[in-house]
Design a protein around this ligand. Sequence first.
Ligand code: PMP
Length: 388
Amino acid sequence: MKDIYFDNSATTRICPEALAVYNEVSTTHFGNPSSRHRLGNEAAEILKSAEKEVLAALGAREGKIIFTSGGTESNNLAIFGRALAKERFRRGGKLLTTAGEHASVSTPLALLQSLGFQRAEISTLGGVFDLKMLEREADKSTVLLSMMAVNNETGAVYDALTASEILREKSPDGVLHIDATQSFMKIPFTPKSLGADMITVSSHKIEGPKGVGALWVSSALLKNKGIVPLAVGGGQQDGLRSGTENVPAIAAFGEACRVYRERMKERGKTVSSLRNYLIGKCQEELGASVSLLLPPSAVSHILNMEIVGLKSETVLNDLSGRGIYVSSGSACSTHKRDISPALLAYGKRESEADSSIRVSLSYHNTKEEIDCFVAALSQIIATRCKKK
Ligand code: PMP
């Protein structure tokens, strides 16, 4: 039987169009964009076109794209770059975030706290970003709120725009960074609709190559020198991220953005109907042995479920043995057997979180695949629970 890939939030297969661009740029337009000859100029033009594509995909009318090595680096740049931007921030600046962020946001923030910054986590209990708590926590010392638009494990969508309004009301230096890794090209948004000053996106989640991503930064933040670079050296990308740009990957990322943007609506509809089908099937055929996590506002491509009484690792391995791929917790940290902070922040108990798997869908998936998955899960539950 063909493999069934339900781990699309971990990564995706590169699309043929992006792969073709990657190959062409690697072999034909291989110049260094900083070189002053024809090949260099060609490479520089390729970067410009890719930037246009990413800006268009973000619906950004202004601002700059800083190309990075992926979502992780973009988040690090946004957080450290903002926190370290001004001397006075370093003496008492407050950093806000949500409970249950990806490690590439929570770890830099924890590090900055250990260096003397104040840090507070806003509750996301029940998949809802607690705006009242934000009102209490944000004050004039707040220099950053870094939050996801969509939680990568629960699929919950947070109200970034209202958060942005509260932040601005409370602090003249309040900057909103959105980790849009899981929302980019999946749900419509723009920097304006999020009220964001910085946005992280990653190429490999949208069928671009791995190891490339971007941080969008508003013109106002750049003008105000509200962010400093982390990688310094040759001064590439207007000094905001030194190092020779990964031109083939950036070009392929731009192409993946172009292709996804053209088809975003129809792909979104397909995934939404697959989600409804999956929910219906699980409810009909698995009953109380599976508890679906259904946040009040959720994306279609992520569905977390607790397989009652079984360890997620066991279920994941049993499914993998049948050629069905899902994840437990975040794929980026699966090798550590940590209980998912996102599920705990949602309000799940440790034992429930330890029994949860994430199914992440793509428009490539089919109802037949969902049928196979539910049948396999039903068998696994029957066998494993009998053994107990
Ligand atoms: N943020 C979120 C919400 C993610 O899901 C991921 C990837 N799992 C990242 C950041 C990191 O992105 P990358 O893999 O491109 O470093």
